[in-house]
Design a protein around this ligand. Structure first.
Ligand SMILES: O=C(O)[C@H](O)COP(=O)(O)O
Length: 250
């Protein structure tokens, strides 16, 4: 039986509006809540059990976790929330429409911002009211660690220490772990778990609301991984994520 399950939050309001979201704290849409319910029912039907869960400090992920736990009758499960599992910070792109940015900056540039390993989006200005240093949920975080934008590499550099310090020890102790996070914080973790190269990572898109189950050995090496949905469903959902930035016909 798999001992680690990753779930990207259900569709959010800005996913629906096709806006770059990053650290903006938008909620789930009704479709997103239904995706979360579906994920919970799938995990229950396949008799998954968990000892602990982890999520970010953003409500779209937290609410997805709550809904999954409710569907599994596991509302008592302990869980930890961590800014280190937040979505990649999309900097000054946050709030802007992905397709409109493709029209403005071109397909290649937007693809680099969304899917490259080490090209960050344009940063927020230091005094931009959206800068995390003004957000009370990060008041206990060293301001030097709070980003004005993040590449996937920068995201991995804050996800991985949290994985090693807080999550890996649970797995090595034999606990079964559920992580509900975001498209790019999970791309970072999957890059590490699956040993995906910097050159290949742009091809990876993670769909919302479909559990990705891993079996890890005692050294946390991947024995197996699978989505809890048929191959065509996963392919189509991942392709839809990739196409979000396609310029709409004017
Ligand atoms: O932050 C966002 O906009 C989304 O959650 C992920 O966006 P992306 O798929 O364009 O990276």
């Amino acid at each position: 039986m798999e001992n680690l399950v990753l779930v990207r939050h259900g569709q959010s309001v800005w996913n629906m509006e096709n806006r770059f979201t990053g650290w903006t704290d938008v909620d789930l849409t009704e479709q997103g809540k239904e995706e979360a319910r579906w994920a919970g029912r799938q995990l229950l039907a396949e008799k998954f059990e968990f000892d602990i869960a982890f999520t970010s400090v953003l409500k779209r992920a937290i609410r997805t976790l709550w809904i999954i736990l409710d569907e599994m009758d596991l509302m008592y499960l302990p869980y930890e929330i961590a800014w280190q599992l937040n979505e990649r910070h999309y900097g000054a792109l946050q709030g802007l429409n992905k397709a409109e940015m493709t029209l403005k900056y071109g397909k290649e540039q937007v693809h680099l911002w969304r899917r490259s390993y080490d090209v960050p989006p344009p940063p927020l200005d230091w005094d931009d009211p959206r800068h995390p240093r003004f957000d009370p949920r990060y008041k206990h975080v060293d301001p030097k660690l709070l980003p004005a934008c993040e590449s996937l590499k920068m995201t991995l550099e804050r996800v991985l220490p949290y994985w090693h310090e807080k999550i890996a020890p649970r797995l090595q102790a034999g606990q079964r772990v559920l992580i509900v996070a975001h498209g790019n914080s999970l791309r970072a973790l999957v890059k590490y778990l699956d040993n995906i190269s910097d050159q290949d990572i742009p091809e990876l898109n993670i769909p919302t609301g479909i559990p990705l189950a891993y079996s890890l050995d005692k050294d946390l090496k991947v024995i197996s991984r699978r989505y809890l949905a048929d191959e065509e469903t996963v392919r189509a959902a991942a392709e839809a994520v990739a196409k979000q930035a396609e310029a709409k016909q004017q």
